[in-house]
Design a protein around this ligand. Structure first.
Ligand code: F3S
Length: 754
């Protein structure tokens, strides 16, 4: 059995008492999110009310999930903490390092061949330190977590932004950097700024072509990629109850695309049904005993405007299917209304691929609804115009879908069934044989559609939609196809329309699987040996970072990034994923996707020492070799996207001492702090414009680094003139201690030793 009922019962044993105490301390009814947060305080029962968006609070998460790409660095770090076992139930999932090319069988075999060193490392570390291990092919982390580990009212962290998916089972589940996971694995508290709360009231009921995906695509359109920053989004209302548990998972999953800390739903019957269907009667029974505590107090949902910082209302009766994209998940257009917009913007209307699945949308309900559309192509003699690719979320889903003939429907359309893994969702799609980068359009049911995300081609215009809309549009081959109004011409020359999709929330015959792909750790792991070849180009044992110190003089500008700079731009995925466990090698991708504000080019910056232009990593290495610190300057929401701490470790490794931006994405800001470097924001945003290409920086009052106190930066320009710029920061005292020790891990080690 994979899930840990004892841990869940332990959490529930204190739940009522802790929530009642919190209600008393806060002095008002509590939302579902607040109940989970207050029930997981590191210090036990609440003694004070925390200020949303302001107070830093120590939490005790119930569990941790790691995926293979981020687990490598997290576990390399954990190995340095000197512990015998992880302090909290933890699992490792092998899903990101598997390419999508020819289909599951050959792709999985070649991943096992190419990444065997990494998989063996993860397996042996998991075995030694007490982590559950999900083998390559077992499934995508968030689907496996939802099927096995998520539980109502629980708190989880995971080293992947879409950890938030578990909100579909009523958790507060948050994506963190590997360094945060290491803290908790090492038995320390996990610190988070107490989030603000956004309420989303869902009225009405989804019908016809509208799906849970459309709820979050609509919310993304309303809130934009920054709108959820620092907040938990809590969904409620009659509409929420009418959505399946896995549909709720989809909605929570894409909360990452609005920058939300996480999203969640209160416990309801859909969750109970899902728990029972996934063989967790004990969890459902335990949750039922605590029902009223696993959702908000009734007064909150009756008068939500009094209890949430922001409130959005969506009427599901009126919600139309959405198409979001290209290049950003918050650019929404109702299906059928995209023609003129696409023509104006030069987005190709012909759709080459339709991709269904990923951690976002590969539930039984998703696959059956999409299959009900796909089947019509065969039944009505319509030749699908686009190619189909399917990524089942887990072996359990794949096995069940195969048993029930669902995969066969897609295969009849010549679909490629990829491995139960991330594949095309993380740039692991070997779509082209050569260097060609044709302009084209694809549609998928994944969550992210940044440039190059799926296939590495910057000219691929990726649109996000529900699985059933992906199926319909892929069959038609046209981005502007509206299945509610438009007809298609079949092989007999007849006009035919697609009927509304029909799906099943859960399999009638129950889920089934032969080998789910789980491996429990050794009881006593002390004898397990972990081998890292010193000549490996994939794995490298870490050496601790030296503290930067309380004086930074004559630092050089490395790059002033223009516009969007996500963690994909800072530490690209795709082919670089293979170096996730080797800090020096992966640092060769540092900021190569960021646009240089002075020439609008990527990976082409001025080396102030030579006057020549070259790649960002080479320039940084040159400064570092000469003992000169460097600084990165950025725009708004810098570091949005994923939780990968490589985006912080690489600059740290290559001698960057500070990242100064207009605003940060939360996880990335914390990651910079963890690595013992400076993550700062312009007190006056317009000062971004003062930074020039040949600037030198002096931090003049770093010796007085303290919470809530601005830092002063003197910028010297090429002509000798100077500007003094005030910088804000969000470091509290313990984060300042990380900076002083060189990294959070250095501090853990020091405390362990004492
Ligand atoms: Fe994997 Fe894409 Fe989800 S990379 S974890 S399928 S967001």
């Amino acid at each position: 059995m994979a899930f840990d009922i004892d841990m869940i019962k332990k959490t529930y044993a204190n739940y009522k008492q802790r929530v009642d105490k919190a209600r008393e301390v806060v002095g008002k009814p509590l939302t579902h999110s607040e109940k989970i947060l207050y029930a997981h305080l590191w210090d036990g029962e609440a003694t004070q009310a925390y200020e949303r968006g302001k107070s830093y609070v120590d939490f005790a998460p119930d569990r941790i999930a790691l995926q293979d790409a981020t687990a490598q660095m997290a576990l390399l770090q954990f190995m340095q903490a000197g512990k015998a076992k992880v302090a909290v139930p933890t699992t490792t999932h092998c899903d990101h390092l598997i390419q999508a090319k020819s289909g599951a069988e050959t792709d999985l075999a070649s991943a096992l061949d190419q990444s065997s060193e990494v998989f063996k490392f993860l397996e042996s570390v998991s075995n030694k330190y007490g982590l559950g291990f999900w083998k390559p092919g077992a499934g995508i982390i968030h689907q496996v977590v939802l099927e096995n580990y998520a539980f109502p009212g629980g708190m989880m962290i995971g080293t992947d932004s879409h950890t938030v998916n578990a909100g579909g089972l009523g958790m507060v589940a948050i994506g963190v950097g590997g360094a945060d996971a290491v803290d908790v694995m090492a038995g320390m508290a996990w610190e988070l700024k107490f989030p603000k709360l956004i309420g989303v009231k869902l009225t009405g009921k989804l019908s016809g072509w509208s799906a849970p995906k459309d709820v979050i695509l609509k919310v993304a359109d309303i809130l934009t990629v920054k709108g959820g920053t620092g907040a938990i989004v809590e969904y409620f209302g009659e509409g929420a109850k009418s959505i399946s548990c896995t549909g709720k998972g989809t909605i929570c999953n894409m909360g990452a695309e609005i920058g939300a800390t996480t999203s969640t739903f209160g416990y309801d019957e859909s969750m109970e049904r899902y728990l029972r269907a996934t063989d967790r009667n004990e969890v459902a029974d335990a949750a039922n005993e605590l029902k009223d505590y696993l959702t908000a107090d009734p007064e909150v949902y009756a008068n939500p405007e009094k209890y949430f910082d922001q409130l959005i209302e969506i009427n599901l009766d009126e919600l139309k299917p959405q198409l979001n994209g290209p290049f950003t998940p918050d650019l929404g257009t109702p299906v059928g209304e995209i023609h003129d917009k696409a023509v104006e913007n030069g987005w190709p209307l012909d759709v080459e691929w339709g991709l269904i699945g990923s951690c976002t949308n590969s539930s039984y309900e998703d696959l059956t609804r999409a299959a009900s559309v796909a089947k019509q192509a065969v039944d009505k003699k319509i030749k699908a115009k686009s190619e189909f690719g399917i990524n089942p979320g887990s072996e359990q889903i794949r096995f069940t879908a195969e048993r029930d003939g669902i995969l066969k429907i897609f295969e009849d359309l010549d679909a490629t069934i990829f491995t139960n893994a991330c594949g095309p969702c993380i740039g692991q799609w070997a779509r082209y044989n050569g260097p060609e980068q044709p302009k084209n359009t694809i549609i998928h049911s994944f969550n992210r559609n940044f440039s190059k995300r799926a296939d590495g081609n910057p000219n691929t215009h990726a649109f996000v939609a529900s699985p059933e809309i992906v199926a319909a549009i892929a069959i038609s081959g046209r981005l502007d196809f509206d299945p509610t109004k438009d007809y298609l011409i079949n092989e007999d020359g007849e006009k035919v329309m697609l009927d509304e999709p029909k799906g099943m929330e859960l399999p009638e015959k129950g889920f089934a699987v032969e080998d789910a792909g789980y491996q429990a750790p050794e009881e006593d792991g002390s004898k397990v040996e972990i081998i890292v070849d010193p000549n490996s180009d994939r794995l490298q044992l870490l050496t601790p970072f030296e503290p930067i110190g309380d004086k930074i003089d004559n630092a050089k500008l490395l790059i002033k990034a223009f516009g969007k700079c996500t963690t994909d731009h800072i530490s690209m995925a795709g082919p670089w994923l293979r170096f996730r466990g080797h800090l020096d090698n992966i640092s060769n991708n540092m900021l190569i996707g960021a646009v240089n504000a002075y020439n609008q080019k990527t990976n082409f910056v001025k080396n102030q020492l030579t006057g020549e232009y070259g790649p960002v990593p080479d320039t940084a290495r040159d400064y570092k070799a000469k003992g000169i610190p460097s600084v990165v300057v950025g725009d708004h929401n810098y570091g949005e996207g994923s939780s990968r701490e490589h985006a912080a470790m690489e600059p740290r490794h290559l001698g960057v001492v500070a990242v100064i931006v207009k605003s940060f994405a939360r996880i990335h800001e914390t990651n910079l702090k963890k690595q013992g470097m400076l993550g700062l924001t312009f007190a006056n945003e317009a000062d971004y414009d003062l930074i020039q290409e040949d600037d030198t920086f002096n931090f003049v009052d770093l010796n007085e680094f303290a919470p809530e106190k601005q830092l002063t930066l003197v910028v010297t320009h090429k002509d000798g003139s100077q500007d003094t710029i005030m910088l804000n920061h969000t470091y509290n005292q313990s984060q300042i201690d990380w900076y002083k020790e060189g990294s959070a891990l250095n501090l853990i080690k020091k405390e362990n030793a004492n």
